[in-house]
Design a protein around this ligand. Structure first.
Ligand code: NI
Length: 137
């Protein structure tokens, strides 16, 4: 039998309530089963992004610009990956929230590294990376 390890996860109460609702709707019997599937899905997609082929794409992120240092960190990271960033668009959604789309070009690995860096900055609430082949397929 495969060895199993238990670990604790902290998350906002309302986010956990929404997760419980979604996994119940999807038919999962418990959180562990649902989270295992989410982790597998994440690992499969990550493997695909590790390509050395050139890709183009967009990283879309939403964040609260009042969160300490979020703007500074987002800008610094984009400058650090200046050769991968083609342009970015910023939209002020409401008093607190911003939506930013960063258009990128590079190897799958370069693009994924930048996307993960942006998405993991504290204050970034949601987002994702969409890519396609640079030669248009
Ligand atoms: Ni804004």
């Amino acid at each position: 039998m495969q060895q199993v390890e238990r670990f604790g996860v902290s998350m906002p109460t309302d986010l956990l309530a929404r997760l419980d609702e979604a996994i119940a709707e999807a038919g999962y019997k418990n959180r562990s089963e649902a989270i295992r599937d989410m982790v597998r899905d994440y690992l499969v997609r990550r493997q695909w992004d590790d390509s050395a082929e050139e890709v183009v794409g967009a990283v879309t992120i939403s964040y609260d610009h009042h969160c300490p240092e979020v703007l500074c960190k987002l800008t610094s990271l984009q400058h650090h990956h200046g050769a991968t960033v083609l342009c970015s668009t910023h939209i002020h959604l409401d008093h607190h929230h911003c939506l930013e789309t960063v258009v990128v070009r590079g190897t799958g690995m370069q693009v994924r590294t930048l996307a993960e860096g942006l998405l993991s900055i504290r204050g970034v609430k949601h987002g994702g990376l969409t890519i396609t082949a640079a030669d248009g397929l």
